[in-house]
Design a protein around this ligand. Structure first.
Ligand code: GZL
Length: 366
C-alpha cells in the first residue's frame, strides 16, 4: 500500500514539476538563490510532526554514493548518515561505488530489488542514467539526485547541489582581480581537473576557461587528477618536469588534488601560495583546505557544500505530505581567500563577497 501511495505522489509531483516548466541545470540562472539550511532536522533532535518518520514507519533509503576519494566525499557521506539514521526513523542502505559507474548502476538496481522507499544518487558521471531511472519510476520509487548532475534524464524528483560552472567562473574572476591588484600581467595556468565526465569537472573547467579566454590567459595544460591526492601529485610531478618555469598559476579542481600538487611542487623546488612564484587555486574548501588557505599555501579556495542531506530530507517530507518539491535546490557557498586585498568579485554580473579565512571559520567548516 505504501509503495502505491508513494508512486502516486511521485507521479503527481513529477507532472506538477514538468508543468512548472523547470529549466535544465544548464539554463539555471547562475544567481539561482541558494537554499537556506532547514531550521532543524531530525538529526538535530527535531521533532517535526510532519517528518515522514514521525508516523512510526521506518523509511528505507538506498544511497548510491560516488566513492571515498576526497575529504569532501567523506563529509557528504557523513551528512547522509547523520540525517538518515536509525534514531531518526530511517534504514539507510549505503553503497560506496568506488568511482565505478557500472557498480553504481548495479547498486541502484539492487535498491529496486530491495523495494526501498527512496533512492539517493550522487552520479559518478553525468550520462547513462535514463534506463535505470525509468526502472525506478516504473517501480514507483522516487529518486533524489545530490551534488553532481544527471544530464541525460530528468526522471528524478529533485536535485540538490551546486552550480559548478559558477564555481569555475568565480575562480577566474578572482584570479583576474587578484592579478590586477598584484600587478601580474601574464597568466600561464596549469589545470588539474577532477574525474573525467563528472559534472563538477565539466562545470569548473568550463567556467574557468570562459574567463581565461576572455582575458587572453594561456591554459598551458589540463589533465585529470581524478579528485584524489595521489592524482594531484602525479599530474603536478609531470607538469613540473614538462613546464619548468613556464607557469605561474595552478588550478586544482578539489582540495585533495591541491594537497598532492603542493607535495609535488615542494619536491620540484617550486614555490607556491601567497609568498610563492605560483598562485594556487583550489575548490571544495574542506577544513584541511582552509587550513592551507590560512597558512598562505593556497591563495583561494572555492567552496562546494557537501551537506545536502538536510535538504534531501525536506524533499522527502514534502513528497510524503503530498507536495511538489523544487526540481533544483542550490546550496549556499563561499569563496575563501588568505589576503584581504579584495572584498568582493563580480560573477555573472553579481557582486559576490570574498571571505578571509580565520580560525573560527576553520573550526566551523566540514
Ligand atoms: C563536487 C563533488 C566533487 C568534489 C570532490 O560537488 O562531486 O567530488 O569537488 C569530490 O572533492 O571528489
Amino acid at each position: 500500500m505504501k509503495r502505491k501511495l508513494i508512486g502516486l505522489l511521485l507521479c503527481v509531483a513529477m507532472t506538477a514539476t514538468l508543468l512548472a516548466g523547470c529549466g535544465s541545470k544548464e539554463e539555471a540562472p547562475a544567481d539561482a538563490p541558494a537554499a537556506e539550511a532547514p531550521a532543524e532536522t531530525l538529526a538535530e533532535g527535531g521533532d517535526d510532526a510532519d517528518a515522514p518518520a514521525a508516523s512510526g514507519d521506518v523509511i528505507t533509503i538506498g544511497f548510491a554514493q560516488v566513492g571515498h576519494e576526497s575529504d569532501w566525499r567523506t563529509a557528504s557521506t557523513k551528512s547522509c548518515q547523520d540525517v538518515f539514521s536509525e534514531a531518526n526513523g530511517y534504514d539507510l542502505q549505503f553503497v560506496d561505488c568506488d568511482n565505478d559507474s557500472a557498480v553504481q548502476l548495479e547498486a541502484v538496481r539492487g535498491f529496486i530489488e530491495q523495494d526501498v522507499d527512496y533512492i539517493i544518487i550522487d552520479p559518478i558521471v553525468a550520462t547513462g542514467w535514463d534506463t535505470v531511472l525509468t526502472e525506478c519510476e516504473d517501480a514507483g520509487i522516487p529518486v533524489i539526485v545530490i551534488d553532481r548532475t544527471i544530464d541525460d534524464s530528468d526522471k528524478y524528483v529533485s536535485w540538490v547541489g551546486s552550480n559548478f560552472k559558477t564555481e569555475g567562473l568565480a575562480a577566474g574572476e578572482w584570479l583576474k582581480a587578484y592579478a590586477e591588484a598584484k600587478g601580474i600581467k601574464e597568466i600561464n595556468a596549469l589545470v588539474i581537473e577532477g574525474s573525467t565526465g563528472a559534472s563538477a569537472t565539466i562545470g569548473r573547467t568550463e567556467g574557468f576557461k570562459e574567463i581565461a579566454d576572455r582575458e587572453g590567459w594561456t591554459i598551458v595544460d589540463s589533465q585529470s587528477g581524478d579528485f584524489t591526492q595521489d592524482g594531484g601529485a602525479e599530474v603536478m610531478e609531470s607538469y613540473c618536469k614538462s613546464y619548468e618555469g613556464k607557469f605561474n598559476v595552478v588550478v586544482c579542481q578539489n582540495d585533495n588534488e591541491a594537497f598532492g600538487a603542493m607535495d609535488a611542487m615542494k619536491q620540484a623546488g617550486v614555490s607556491y601560495g601567497v609568498n610563492g612564484d605560483v598562485i594556487l587555486i583550489s575548490f571544495d574548501a574542506c577544513t584541511a583546505g582552509l587550513e592551507f588557505v590560512k597558512s598562505g599555501d593556497i591563495n583561494a579556495d572555492f567552496e562546494c557544500n557537501p551537506l545536502a542531506a538536510p535538504f534531501v530530507e525536506e524533499v522527502i517530507k514534502t513528497l510524503a505530505n503530498g507536495g511538489t518539491p523544487e526540481k533544483e535546490v542550490y546550496m549556499e557557498e563561499h569563496w575563501f581567500v588568505n589576503e584581504d586585498i579584495l572584498s568582493s568579485i563580480e560573477v555573472n554580473g553579481e557582486t559576490q563577497n570574498l571571505t578571509v579565512v580565520t580560525d573560527d571559520i576553520i573550526a566551523a567548516q566540514y
